[in-house]
Design a protein around this ligand. Structure first.
Ligand code: SF4
Length: 329
């Protein structure tokens, strides 16, 4: 279903010539780990270790783990480059989807019928197919826009769960967005940020989804979490131990603001923010996560105490109004 581009990877590895490498694969691609390792070890003198840890984004490159292992290079599948500087080289392989999207895009046309101007977005797996999607929708009489790559996006129309810059660049000129790809994670964030109609054309499950009600539920949950956190006096501020998510100075600033508002806090450090682990901090009434901003949103049902991301914290503390949750695009 996804292109691993093995020959391209072998060429790059042979050129660099590391002795041991660590390969990271997102959950859906871990099943390819065995074959990939066998291929590399069979065709080169390179030893391979495949990371069995979860890997959620390009922010989550396992440099520390590779160094601990003695690996000289990390191969990171599923995401486009995120970190600008690393201690050892990283080869990013985006794992382009092989799935045909034409059929599902045609199926989305009736749902898009009330909207004339459509913005197209996708993750790294399908972003290169957006030109084909554009042609299909134009043939159906739509005006179609694809935002130029910007922010963390390396491809036109690409969105990340924490960076919607490409969508932001066209939001004022579109009536609705069409996300081409699987899962709710990326389109949910887009619908929450824009409050525009976001339609998902999912070629993997052959389904069309309107994100409106999910986004409304998620926004209500975020509002409630912010209001609950406002009542708390004792906070835990979570610092991520992942290279692309580590924001120690942000955590210290949050701590200072809490102090000024008469609240106490403690810094917590975690590689993974696991709801069950937070339960053990019984004295803490609310948490602020300086790591991936989506943890607070997407795991909200699993947290028994209010957990905010940085932006939500700034609303809670009164720096920004709730209306800012949907960015001023
Ligand atoms: S910070 Fe979160 S949303 Fe952004 S790339 Fe990392 S895992 Fe994805």
């Amino acid at each position: 279903m996804f292109e691993l581009e093995e020959e391209k990877l072998l060429r790059k590895l042979t050129k660099i010539g590391p002795r041991l490498i660590l390969i990271q694969l997102p959950e859906g691609l871990k099943k390819e780990g065995f074959t990939l390792a066998q291929l590399i070890e069979g065709r080169t003198n390179i030893d391979v270790a495949v990371s069995a840890d979860p890997c959620y984004g390009g922010c989550d490159v396992a440099i520390d783990e590779a160094l601990l292992l003695g690996a000289e290079l990390v191969v990171h599948y599923g995401h486009t480059p995120f970190l600008s500087k690393t201690e050892i080289p990283v080869i990013y392989m985006r794992a382009k989807s092989r799935v045909n999207v034409a059929k599902i895009v045609r199926k989305s046309i009736p749902t898009l019928s009330p909207y004339n101007v459509i913005g197209l977005v996708a993750t790294a797996q399908n972003a290169s197919k957006l030109k084909e999607v554009k042609r299909i929708l134009e043939d159906a009489g739509k005006i179609v826009r694809i935002g130029k790559k910007s922010g963390l996006a390396k491809m036109d129309g690409q969105i990340l769960g924490c960076d919607y810059s490409t969508a932001r660049s066209i939001v004022k000129s579109v009536d609705a967005f069409l996300f081409v790809g699987g899962g709710d994670f990326h389109p949910l964030g887009l619908a929450m940020r824009t409050r525009k109609k976001v339609v998902v054309a999912d070629p993997y499950r052959n389904r069309i989804i309107d994100m409106e009600s999910l986004a409304r539920i998620a926004l209500n949950q975020r509002w409630m979490a912010i209001e609950e956190a406002r009542k708390a006096k004792r906070f835990g501020i979570i610092i991520a131990l992942k290279l692309g998510q580590k924001k120690i100075s942000d955590a210290n600033k949050i701590r200072e603001k809490l102090k000024r508002s008469g609240r106490n806090s403690v810094l917590l450090a975690a590689r993974e923010v696991i709801p069950e682990s937070l339960l053990n901090f019984q004295d803490i009434e609310a948490f602020v996560i300086t790591a991936c901003p989506r943890i607070a949103i997407d795991d909200s049902q699993r947290f028994l105490k209010p957990v905010l991301n940085q932006e939500e914290f700034s609303i809670m503390i009164g720096e920004r109004p709730w209306e800012d949750y949907t960015e001023k695009w």
